[in-house]
Ligand binder design. Sequence first.
Ligand SMILES: NC(=O)c1ccc[n+]([C@@H]2O[C@H](COP(=O)([O-])OP(=O)(O)OC[C@H]3O[C@@H](n4cnc5c(N)ncnc54)[C@H](O)[C@@H]3O)[C@@H](O)[C@H]2O)c1
Length: 486
Amino acid sequence: MTEPALTDQNPTAPRPSTSSSTTGGPGVVPSFADVPAGRPRTRFAVVGTGHRAGMYVTAITGDHADVAELVAWCDTNPGRMDFYDAEAGAALGLGGPAGLPQYGPEDLERMVAEQRVDAVVVTTPDFTHAELVARAQAAGVDVVVEKPLATTAEGCRTIIESVAATGRDLTMTFNYRYAPRNSSLREVIASGAIGTPTSVHFEWVLDTVHGADYFRRWHRRQRNSGSLLIHKAAHHFDLVNWWLDDAPARVFASAGLQFYGDENAAERGLGERPERGTGVTGDPWALDLTRDPRLQALYLDSEHHDGYLRDRDVFTPGIDIHDNMALVVDYRRGARMSYSLNAHSPWEGYNVAVNGTQGRAELTVVERGAVEVAPDGRVVLDASANPEAPGATASRPEGERLLVQRHWEPARDVAIPAGIGGHGGGDAILLMDVFRRDLRLGPDPLGRAAGYLDGVRAVAVGVAANQSLATGRAVGIDELGLGVEL
Ligand SMILES: NC(=O)c1ccc[n+]([C@@H]2O[C@H](COP(=O)([O-])OP(=O)(O)OC[C@H]3O[C@@H](n4cnc5c(N)ncnc54)[C@H](O)[C@@H]3O)[C@@H](O)[C@H]2O)c1
């Protein structure tokens, strides 16, 4: 298989360092049987045609075109549907747009019936997932949904009840599980090398480019994203649940908005700020949509349809999420976690330490060592374009390291196999599992494929954290009234 284009990647996210491999290491890249002759392809509709949809469109029209086909678009914005229709047409070699039918979300059920849809990919803003998933399942189709599964306890209940009532399949696309470094940590813990896990220390830092991006658009409102404790940390909480093979029991949270937003800007004397980044020069906080053809087409050229501004200034009023978050989480089988997330760090990456009864494992990842500012005052979005840039040579090199140290023994490095594609080498492997899991040769010893309960387990930590912030006390997961044993 060829390496997919990086259309999934938010252009503000660090570029994956392992993307040059097209084969991947043994153990992390599964094998699949050939498609049985004459088997019909699964008919997919994409619901939500923003940036993230690109990964799925590329997969369905490329590597997985033998098992899946696109049959319709569903979005509130015709500009973005047209964009992907043109992309799909080009990918399929049609010499023009694919001409697939377009529907608004109010016509989801009609779309399923008219286009004989088998499955939908849901890549809409987080707060819409629960309703769209439940409606799609009620209409009789399987669902592939981006994280987070939902943003509230009520949303989780909606999906739990929907799966129970319809029996339809739900694939939760937790791509971070598929990054080989994260898979390797799971293997180390599952092997028993550090004994029974007793505690986890997990720190994730988002830098002033990628972290800032969550304060520009819908994510900046808690009602849309559930805050970064759900939108972003759902990835991290899923990893911990999966690494420990455990479920959360109780959460205490502390968080604040201490860097972004108008009040912090005024306090730090930042002066008058522009409303949006497009057209602004010499400002590292400005995202200029005209400098990325994809962002321009998807957002700037489509904003006359719905007024969705992709490039709002991160110091404008109206932000009610946090940029500094700290949690204490207890797990059912007795481990505990101290977790922190910062969204204005000068570098991006994470440190995880897992203590166990027989030793300790430590995973250290630098995804972007420094944010570079070009001579024109703008930040460099893709530093890999300039190998001489400071980020590549500074004292914080991009990379990953997994160390295991058993009691009474020296630390040893654990080799991390190569991945393929974006997000630490995990996205392309995730897509294989999404589109051809039924053809897999043998089960996945890593247990990476995630379903709705994994989605609920991850979101539950964030929901409980938000309740803890509101009440000032620790919140038990059983207080959320999810109606299922996690
Ligand atoms: N796994 C990852 O690493 C990853 C990365 C990026 C985004 N995501 C997730 O993907 C989803 C989409 O993110 P994005 O950055 O592409 O957002 P986006 O805002 O760029 O795109 C969302 C699209 O949904 C459309 N939309 C809004 N409401 C809708 C509705 N009710 N019905 C149908 N369409 C609707 C919008 O018009 C837009 O085209 C989010 O849930 C996000 O958390 C996951």
